[in-house]
Design a protein around this ligand. Structure first.
Ligand code: BGC
Length: 757
């Protein structure tokens, strides 16, 4: 286990002491978000050291022109990039004419920062020696309002600890921003208009090409004893950097406090002609409430979140802190209020993966949102894909598919494919199956039978049509095969008959047929509508069934095992224990060629299928496959350990389940892969949650009944978690003595394979 520089605390992330080498990592870890916007934990004051400045707005992206070595037909023209947006947090100070800069100031003492996950409030404190006879103390609190998506709040105090201070304040909005992740260093924004008044500053900007319009606003107030005493600042502008400025003298012992409101009015929700009016309304509303009430509201909003989703672990503070960190970050990233938004693998904490949507959402994130939120939130995640169905059909058409077959993109912002590595873009087609599986999973968990007739059926049909055209009949095998694919294991490409992909295809075909028949009977009117919309042929579903029945699956010649793909046994099958520690992770030390020829599995592949479809295999079969594939799995995707943890729990391999749990849950806090400075692994955080609820907790829904089969890792005294099952909040508490289940007064079918105490 790696050790972190952060304190272990059940509700807080705490860093003590200032270390410039940790600034970028902490900027990721202490990130803030509220579903509508997010920002890395950059300092408000100027910092000349190593930093990664990042502010992001949900749904605002730029189609960055594709860059590849050799163009392949079918590649998309662009890779969507989440955009580093103008920043509103800057408060630069000069103290006795010396800029406050933690990188250059004479001494920094008592540096401390804390992210309180219970309330979403980020606090930072330090003392800085500015000159020999001047020392100050700074206390900054910041949060992004969970109630008002457009609003962020900074409460920033400076105290003259030693000597008098002449402080000049420059509180600004800055439009001079660039993306770290950019293919050609093109400009992404065009600024259109500025408002610089004593009252507030606002920058109206537009993204190039996509033409998203955004207003970045800020207002700075001087406060005394919680009363705003002045909002009347001087103004300054330097190109697209707009400032509110003031100068203040502090005698030794005196303190100055600024209250800054800032954020974004997003053209996706408001007409640009209303930007300033809306920004002022947000500011005035915040001002009327005042800082204390804003804090109280923020605490109340987070209390609601925790009431539905907290997991309590007794006897293991590291595990406790980790799961809360994961739940906290997921809630900062997506709140389901807007079905146009989704969950990027790095959320609002970095730029890798372009902030776009991957199969991660359906395969990993959906279960978290289904069980910890109200049903409509998870439904919005499915609706997102329904809204993109036309684009998925267009995407498949570009690749030569026809008749309404849909291939959902591997990576997308607006439904168009924007990934451009052939082995992923064209070959990682299993993502289509995860989208169909999510529809099944949603209905199974929520019992909401309206989604499929309203939207899901069209998606399922279009996906079934894709598989029908992507398979072909092999005369040699007398079965349907799927050639040239990449499974979830991206460490082998262009393989034939990846078991997971074939299995998913078969399942999709059967499930689509089942749903067609079901809707035809239960909702004939809607079925007629769908049929006329999609050029339905009466024998289509029979063709799906016929293909599914004859799907080919590679098998081990002598053992009772499915093979990951046709050529798996041709590899030199050395377990991962044969790789020296210095060569891990192999993706950083080995050539790609060597990786491709190796037996090493980046992430759960066959086992991902056993996870999705566990009821279709007996426990012995699961054990055989787990024991066969786990020794080859290097878990170099953050999405991998959680699946292995869930399966290990099911197999009663609790030590293993626990060590996978720690690996997934503390991936960022302990920086397992030495890359946390790039941002957090948001989508895999949902996998962490699954490791507890589905893994240790054994939660399943079968035939409309909730099944719970909790197991306790030895390292824990007890744990409890909550799930919102069909509108009823259920608390499951597992102790060494047994299991306690609490719920509201509604009678429920809960099957617990344990003693109820
Ligand atoms: C994984 C993919 C995943 C992507 C984004 C890759 O490393 O192999 O399965 O979708 O990261 O999280």
């Amino acid at each position: 286990m790696k050790n972190s520089y952060l304190d272990v605390n059940p509700w807080k992330i705490i860093e003590k002491g200032f270390n410039p080498n940790r600034v970028k990592s902490s900027e990721s870890i202490f990130s803030l978000g509220n579903g509508a916007m997010g920002q890395r934990a950059n300092f408000e004051e100027y910092y000349s050291g190593n930093t990664f400045q990042g502010s992001y707005i949900g749904g605002v992206y730029y189609p960055d022109k594709t860059r590849v070595g050799w163009w392949k037909n079918g590649y998309p023209d662009y890779f969507a990039k989440v955009l580093n947006a103008p920043s509103w947090i800057g408060i630069h100070l000069e103290i006795n004419k010396v800029p406050l800069d933690l990188n250059t100031c004479k001494q920094v003492n008592g540096f401390f920062r804390e992210l309180d996950m219970k309330t979403g409030i980020y606090t930072r404190f330090f003392e800085a020696q500015i000159t020999d006879d001047c020392r100050i103390e700074v206390m900054a609190k910041r949060f992004l309002s969970m109630d008002e998506g457009a609003l962020g709040v900074i409460h920033y105090s400076v105290k003259a600890l030693k000597g008098a201070c002449e402080i000049s304040i420059d509180s600004f909005v800055d439009g001079h921003i660039t993306n770290q992740d950019s293919n050609w260093d093109d400009p992404f924004w065009e600024h259109q208009q500025k408002t610089v008044s004593n009252e507030f500053i606002a920058l109206h900007s537009k993204t190039l090409k996509t033409e998203f319009e955004v207003c970045t606003f800020a207002q700075t107030n001087l406060i005394n004893r919680n009363e705003i005493i002045s909002s009347n600042f001087k103004t300054k502008e330097k190109a697209w950097r707009l400032s509110q400025c003031s100068s203040i003298s502090l005698a030794e012992g005196e303190k100055l406090t600024l209250l800054k409101f800032g954020g974004y009015i997003n053209g996706m929700n408001h007409s640009p002609s209303q930007f300033n009016t809306k920004a002022l309304a947000v500011i005035n509303h915040a001002k009327e409430k005042g800082f204390d009430k804003l804090i109280a509201d923020q605490k109340a909003s987070w209390a609601k979140v925790w009431k539905q989703s907290d997991i309590v672990i007794k006897g293991d503070d590291k595990a406790q802190q980790a799961i809360r960190f994961n739940i906290f970050q997921l809630n900062q990233t997506y709140n389901g209020k807007d079905a146009r938004l989704n969950i990027g693998p790095k959320g609002f904490t970095g730029e890798k993966y372009g902030g776009s949507t991957y199969w991660d959402t359906e395969a990993y994130c959906l279960p978290f949102y289904m069980a910890t939120k109200n049903q409509d939130i998870a439904r919005n995640l499915l609706k997102y894909r329904y809204e993109h169905l036309d684009k998925a059909i267009e995407n498949a058409k570009k690749l030569g598919f026809y008749n309404g077959a849909a291939l959902y993109p591997m990576v997308t912002m607006n439904g168009e494919e924007c990934h451009n590595e052939w082995e992923i873009t064209f070959e990682e087609i299993h993502r289509n199956g995860a989208i169909a599986f999510a529809i099944f999973n949603y209905e199974r968990f929520t019992g909401d039978t309206s989604y499929i007739p309203e939207m899901g059926l069209e998606v399922l049909i279009a996906i079934a049509r894709f598989w029908t055209q992507r398979v072909h009949y092999s005369d040699f095998r007398k079965a349907y095969v799927i050639l040239g694919v990449t499974g979830p294991n991206e460490y082998e490409n262009n393989v034939n008959n990846n078991w997971y992909t074939n299995y998913l295809a078969k399942w999709c075909l059967n499930y689509a047929k089942e749903q067609v028949l079901h809707v035809a009977v239960t909702n004939p009117k809607r079925f007629e509508e769908v049929k006329s919309k999609i050029n339905w042929k009466e024998d289509e579903a029979n063709e799906w069934e016929a293909i599914a029945a004859l799907m080919y699956f590679p098998k081990h010649p002598t053992e009772d095992l499915f093979l990951q793909q046709d050529g798996f046994l041709d590899k030199e099958l050395f377990p991962t224990t044969k790789i020296s520690k210095q060569e891990r992770p192999i993706n950083q030390y080995w050539s790609w060629d060597r990786i491709l020829r190796s037996p090493y599995i980046k992430q759960a592949d066959v086992l991902q299928g056993f996870y999705f479809f566990e009821d279709q295999f007996d426990i012995k079969s699961l054990e055989r496959h787990f024991d066969f594939y786990e020794p080859f799995t290097v878990h170099e995707s953050s999405l991998s350990p959680c699946v292995h943890s869930i399966l290990a729990s099911k197999l009663d391999k609790m030590e293993l389940a626990y060590s996978f749990y720690l690996q997934t849950s503390r991936l960022d806090l302990d920086d397992y892969n030495n890359e946390v400075e790039e941002g957090l692994h948001i989508t895999s955080m949902a996998g962490t949650w699954m490791s507890i609820v589905e893994g240790f907790g054994g939660v399943r829904v079968k035939n409309n009944e909730l099944h719970i089969n909790p197991k306790l890792p030895e390292q824990w005294k007890e744990y409890s978690f909550k799930i919102n099952f069909r509108g009823t909040l259920i608390k499951v508490q597992k102790t060494k003595g047994g299991t306690k289940i609490k719920h509201d007064n509604i009678e429920l079918n809960v099957f617990c394979e344990d003693k109820i105490i």
